[in-house]
Write a protein that binds this ligand. Structure first.
Ligand SMILES: NC(=O)c1ccc[n+]([C@@H]2O[C@H](COP(=O)([O-])OP(=O)(O)OC[C@H]3O[C@@H](n4cnc5c(N)ncnc54)[C@H](OP(=O)(O)O)[C@@H]3O)[C@@H](O)[C@H]2O)c1
Length: 328
């Protein structure tokens, strides 16, 4: 089994979780970490056992031994950092959302293809055990045709204009931060919508505190999605089918529930992947590289682009704006 030299760009909240997950994979070598601050890079490297640490992203990306980079900066910087990594010849897995607009996502995809390098958006749910089981059940036909979906992602994030989540300069707002998950679920199972309706409630910074969306599809089906920083609505996606329902939810402890509702019968299965399950997307990157692939069949770039286009359309309809970034 080939081992890959991994680098992490940024040392924030999710970078810590990803590093902890990476430690579980025998073929992942924790090679380098890059931070804007040398001290933070050194501390992060010591905590997880990375071989090298750099006080700038540029220095890390210039290291010839580095093969794959995980981009964990705020959404606002994914474009810049992904292009930098690709131009230095590194394969990339970039945190969600891939970028602020579909036009920017297209630029990133073009750069990866031009350099024949791997690129994937770090959409972790499709690799989780609960999702794999849901796929199997939906494919089995037991529930009949999927007719409707409803997804939500809501938790209380008290308003603070300095926080990444409320600061437009960092791509703040509930839609791009958490609404992307229910929208992703809907697109994965129903395809790109024919029409999009959306309304948002805004925080004083102009970031969307809450966004509600309704999608319709060419075959007459509908789906609803909702994201919010204003309430403890939690995380769930409902699949309403001909014969029953399937519900995917996550607990606050990150346990994953798969509930199957059939007339007179409810089955609640619980999955608790180690290290919150970020290792599966990292394993996917290495599986693809082993097979000489430059994109993942599970989260292909065409899907990432379709998701970005749909999020653009939601923003057009609901009035969410990112000054200087609205290249529709
Ligand atoms: N998959 C998931 O479950 C999940 C969960 C949370 C977040 N995310 C995604 O991960 C990304 C980062 O989120 P986070 O919560 O980890 O954010 P965070 O804690 O603020 O960390 C972001 C890191 O990016 C680096 N960075 C680079 N340029 C920056 C700038 N101009 N301002 C601030 N930081 C900058 C910083 O690292 P250095 O200071 O070391 O350079 C910082 O620690 C977001 O795109 C978010 O959507 C994904």
């Amino acid at each position: 089994m080939k081992a890959y030299n991994w680098g992490i760009l940024g040392t924030g909240n999710i970078a810590h979780k990803f590093a902890r997950s990476l430690m579980l994979l025998d073929n992942a070598h924790l090679y380098a970490v890059g931070s804007r601050d040398a001290g933070r890079a050194e501390k992060f490297a010591a905590e997880f056992g990375f071989s090298k640490h750099f006080g700038s992203y540029e220095e890390m990306l210039a290291d010839p031994g580095l093969e794959v980079v995980y981009i964990s900066s705020p959404h606002s910087h994914h474009l810049q950092h992904t292009l930098l990594a690709l131009r230095n010849g590194k394969h990339v897995i970039c945190e969600k959302p891939m970028s602020i607009t579909a036009a920017e996502v297209t630029e990133m995809i073009d750069e990866a293809r031009k350099n024949n390098l791997f690129l994937m958006e770090a959409l972790w749910p499709p690799f989780q055990p609960s999702y794999l089981k849901a796929d199997e059940i939906l494919r089995s036909g037991k529930l009949g045709r999927l007719l409707h979906m409803r997804g939500r992602f809501a938790f209380v994030s008290p308003y603070d204009p300095e926080l990444r989540t409320y600061n437009l300069a960092f791509g703040g707002g509930s839609l791009l931060d958490i609404g992307i998950y229910p929208v992703m679920d809907i697109l994965r199972y129903m395809g790109e919508p024919a029409t999009v309706s959306a309304v948002s409630v805004f925080a004083p910074t102009g970031a969307d505190e809450s966004t509600a969306m309704i999608f319709t599809f060419a075959d007459g089906r509908m789906a609803e999605a909702y994201s919010s920083f204003s309430n403890m609505g939690g995380v769930s996606t409902e699949f309403n089918c001909e014969n029953g329902n399937l519900i995917l939810t996550r607990g606050r402890d990150r346990s994953q529930h798969l509930i199957i509702e059939l007339p007179g019968d409810t089955d609640d299965r619980i999955f608790t992947p180690p290290a919150q399950g970020y290792q599966y997307e990292a394993a996917e990157v290495m599986n693809c590289l082993d097979r000489g692939l430059t994109e993942s069949p599970v989260v292909p770039l065409s899907f990432t682009l379709s998701l970005a286009r749909t999020l653009d359309e939601v923003r057009r309809k609901s009035g969410i704006r990112y000054p200087g970034r609205d290249r529709w």
